[in-house]
Structures are given as structure tokens and as C-alpha cells.
Ligand binder design. Structure first.
Ligand SMILES: [Zn+2]
Length: 313
């Protein structure tokens, strides 16, 4: 296991005869190659941009397509439908939806000695995740002592904004599709204006949620609904909101997260009831703090950077 250096920014897990690299970039040719590069979803901090170029890559159909649209490259690996099992050599790997982005999954397998391993990726809904012995979890909002890690989605404010017409600033992959699904869920049936990359991704990955139209053509009608990347907000007219966690933008913010907050993460861990937990993403303080908190609660837990420290000392 190594998260240092350029070649494996996330995590490789090796048990007996199998080694899986999860959310890592490709290893240099001279290094030990994994059995597979498992890509949990198409966000850039999970390194699919690199792993997608390996025939050893494994990702959901939606994740593979999202990577192709985002990076203009051909996905070289294998794909599966979310929820399907895949065979890597003689190892069955199960997949479970996590509700974080279109096509996002957690991976689950049982190793040669019967240890059940669950690697979460980023998670919004943990409801379908199975119990496990070793949990490898994200901790994007895992700092128990940071008030910003406790939040509820503000669906009411979002619904009010949709009712009166608004432009929402949301990143093109993930948040933009979440916004579109919610807008349709609230009963809005007219065209949704979107800027270029959001439109390309949403049109292809969620065609049933149309109609969509390029945001630039949407004119000045204040009943219009638009979803654009935050840096395109200044070009839009009418009421504007940001749906990101960024606080440096001069628009009111509506909380609509793609992640579990700290309480959600704890609930997920409780339900997975692992014997041990590795906190693998993101690197740094948040992961360390979640691991520390879990140990305080009497659980076996360690973060990847703590593993690294003990490895290199
Ligand atoms: Zn993500």
C-alpha cells in the first residue's frame, strides 16, 4: 500500500494472490502492475483520467462514458452496469451504487481467507452498501470537530429558487446532474439551460431528464432555469445561486451536497460494522481526524497517511 509519490496517489490493496489499485493513476511500466484499476467514479481527484487509458481499468458504463466526455480520450478498460458483479481473474468483485455521481460505485470482494472488503469511493447514499470486515472509506466531511462537516441539504431553498426561476452554479459533472434530477423531481418540465460541458454530460448520461438547451440561448426570461459552471455565472442574468461549497463567490449559496456529512459517514460505518477501517480519501487531516475519532470510539482505524508514516519510519 502506498499513497506517496506520483505513481499511486490513492490506494492499492494486496491480499494473497490479488492486487487491486483503487482510484489511482497508472503505475509506471517497470513497477508491479495490479490485477485491475478500479475506478469508483469520474471526478478528477480519483484519477480516472489516467487509469482510463489502461486495459486493466474497470469502471461502470456511465463512469467510462463520463471520463471520455470530460477528457476527450477513449476509455480502454472494461465496463459493468452499476450493481453487477465482475470477474477479475478468478476473483468476483461486486459493485454497489453510492449515489455520489451518475455511475458512482463502491467495490466489494471477499479475499482468499474470507475477509470481506468494501471500498466506498465517495458516498451520498450508503443504504445499499453491504456489511464488511475491512471498510476502506472516504472522509470528505469526516472531521468530527469541524462544523462545516455537519449539514443538511436545503431542498426547501432549492425548491423556492426553482419556483421563481434561477440560474444555479454547479460543477459540470456530479452536482449539475444532481440539480437537474431535483429540478425534474420538483415538477419543472420546461427546458433547462446548461453550458457546454454540463450539457454534453447531462444530455448523454440522463437523456430521460430533458429537454435541455444551451444556456447562452436562454435569453432574459426570469422564469428560465439554468445550470452552469460557477465561472459562467457572471454571464447569466436574473437570480443566481451557487450549489458548491465555495464561499468566495458573490452569490447566495444553497447546500446541495454530493456527499454524506460526518453524521452520515458514522451511520455508514455503524451499519457496515467492520472489524477495521482504513480512511483513504482525501489525503490529509480530515482522514487522520476521522481515524482518530474512530479509535476514540473503540474501533480499529487508520488513515492512509498514518500507514505511510509507519511504513517509511
Ligand atoms: Zn467525487
Amino acid at each position: 500500500m502506498n499513497s506517496r509519490g506520483n505513481f499511486a496517489p490513492h490506494l492499492s490493496l494486496r491480499f494473497d494472490s490479488h492486487m487491486f489499485s483503487i482510484d489511482t493513476s497508472r503505475s509506471p511500466k517497470k513497477c508491479l502492475q495490479p490485477d485491475a484499476y478500479l475506478i469508483t467514479h469520474a471526478h478528477s481527484d480519483h484519477y480516472g483520467k489516467s487509469a482510463m487509458l489502461s486495459p486493466l481499468a474497470i469502471a461502470s458504463e456511465e463512469t467510462a462514458r463520463a471520463l471520455e466526455i470530460r477528457y476527450g480520450r477513449e476509455y480502454k478498460g472494461r465496463t459493468f452496469s452499476v450493481g453487477e458483479s465482475i470477474l477479475v481473474g478468478d476473483q468476483v468483485v461486486e459493485t454497489y451504487p453510492t449515489g455520489h455521481t451518475i455511475g458512482s460505485v463502491a467495490f466489494f470482494w471477499e479475499n482468499d481467507v474470507g475477509t470481506k472488503i468494501l471500498v466506498t469511493g465517495d458516498v451520498k447514499n450508503h443504504g445499499s452498501l453491504p456489511p464488511c470486515d475491512l471498510l476502506v472509506t472516504e472522509a470528505n466531511y469526516g472531521d468530527p470537530w469541524d462544523p462545516a462537516c455537519r449539514f443538511d441539504d436545503d431542498i426547501t431553498a432549492f425548491g423556492d429558487a426553482v419556483d421563481s426561476g434561477a440560474t444555479f452554479g454547479a460543477y459540470a459533472f456530479g452536482k449539475a446532474q444532481r440539480a437537474v434530477a431535483l429540478i425534474r423531481g420538483l415538477g419543472y418540465g420546461d427546458e433547462i439551460g446548461m453550458d457546454e460541458q454540463s450539457l454534453a454530460l447531462t444530455q448523454e448520461l440522463m437523456p430521460q431528464f430533458g429537454p435541455f438547451t444551451p444556456a447562452e440561448d436562454n435569453g432574459t426570461d426570469i422564469t428560465d432555469i439554468n445550470v452552469v459552471t460557477p465561472w459562467n455565472l457572471p454571464r447569466m442574468r436574473g437570480m443566481k445561486y451557487v450549489l458548491t461549497g465555495r464561499k468566495d463567490l458573490p452569490y447566495p449559496r444553497i447546500i446541495l451536497s454530493d456527499h454524506l456529512d460526518f453524521r452520515g459517514l458514522m451511520k455508514m460505518i455503524e451499519e457496515a460494522s467492520p472489524e477495521a477501517t482504513i480512511v483513504y480519501h482525501p489525503e490529509g487531516e480530515k482522514a487522520n481526524r476521522l481515524a482518530l475519532y474512530l479509535r476514540d470510539q473503540g474501533r480499529d482505524a487508520i488513515s492512509v497517511s498514518e500507514v505511510e508514516k509507519s511504513f517509511y519510519k
